[in-house]
Design a protein around this ligand. Structure first.
Ligand code: 5BU
Length: 259
């Protein structure tokens, strides 16, 4: 059986500064819960962020779904993030050529490079996509998360594609902090953070292809590090107490795999 290291030990092995920071936050706050706050009004996102901030290591955004997005939203979210010591993850899923993603990351309405601690990247365009992020992340230390697998039914990110994404991460381990995946594969070394969406206690999936597993299954059985929970928390009538349940389940799964 695989010998699992602690998050403290992983922080020392991390090759990207944000990966190291995240492992340390997880160890300090004793939480490997990330929440996907897919709400469409800025005040709703901010209210939830402040109410669950103490329970999470990462808050995941899709800023392009916020109807009233503005710079003040980012400013307030950054203040809440530093108050509660969590990181901000923009799940942008960049996928174009290096030169275009550079503009998409740094310019436009969102200026993602100015505030996101981590962003997601598809590898379909090949490894040179990473060059589009280098200038910016050299200054900020932000981390890239490569999409090695997806949670949705019929995903094409499987098999040899997944292996190539892991290889792309290893070849660029200064910029790449980890993978979005559904399982820990042998080739995913301990310097990387493994983050898993598609988590819910009381549902197997939705009507649009999403598939759910439990925190215990992905962290203990499949060996990933951080659970990403969206509707399971923000659609609950008591989001804070529900977040605590997910946090406790994911942390218990982490502790039990160490023994
Ligand atoms: P849910 O409400 O817990 O289903 O939300 C899951 C979130 O994770 C949502 O923001 C998706 O965009 C995101 N996601 C995912 O569900 N599956 C994936 O493989 C990837 C991202 Br990559």
């Amino acid at each position: 059986a695989k010998k699992y290291l602690t998050y403290e030990e992983r922080a020392k092995l991390a090759t990207n500064p944000t990966a190291s920071k995240l492992f340390n936050i997880m160890a300090t706050k004793k939480t490997n819960l990330a929440v996907a706050v897919d709400l469409t009004r800025k005040q709703e996102v901010l209210n939830l962020a402040d109410s669950i901030g103490s329970e999470i290591c990462v808050l995941k955004t899709h800023v392009d779904i916020i109807d009233d997005y503005d710079q003040d939203f980012v400013h307030q979210l950054e203040q809440i993030a530093s108050k509660h010591n969590f990181l901000i993850f923009e799940d942008r899923k960049f996928a174009d050529i290096g030169n275009t993603v550079k503009y998409q990351f740094e310019s436009g309405v969102y200026h993602i490079s100015k505030w996101a601690h981590m962003v997601t990247i598809h590898g379909v365009a090949g490894p040179a996509i990473i060059d589009g992020f280098r200038d910016s992340i050299k200054q900020t230390g932000a981390g890239l998360l490569l999409l090695a697998q997806m949670s949705s039914k019929g995903s094409l990110c499987v098999g040899e594609y997944t292996n190539q994404m892991i290889e792309m991460g290893k070849q660029n381990s200064d910029a790449v902090m980890g993978f979005i995946c559904q399982e820990r594969l042998e080739s995913m070394s301990d310097n990387f953070v493994l983050m898993t969406p598609g988590i819910q206690f009381n549902s197997k999936g939705d009507s649009m292809g999403q598939q759910y597993n439990t925190p215990d299954y992905v962290v203990k059985e499949k060996g990933t590090d951080v659970i990403i929970v969206g509707r399971g928390i923000y659609q609950n009538s008591e989001p804070k107490s529900e977040a605590i349940k997910y946090k406790q389940a994911a942390w218990a799964a982490y502790e039990s795999r160490l023994n």
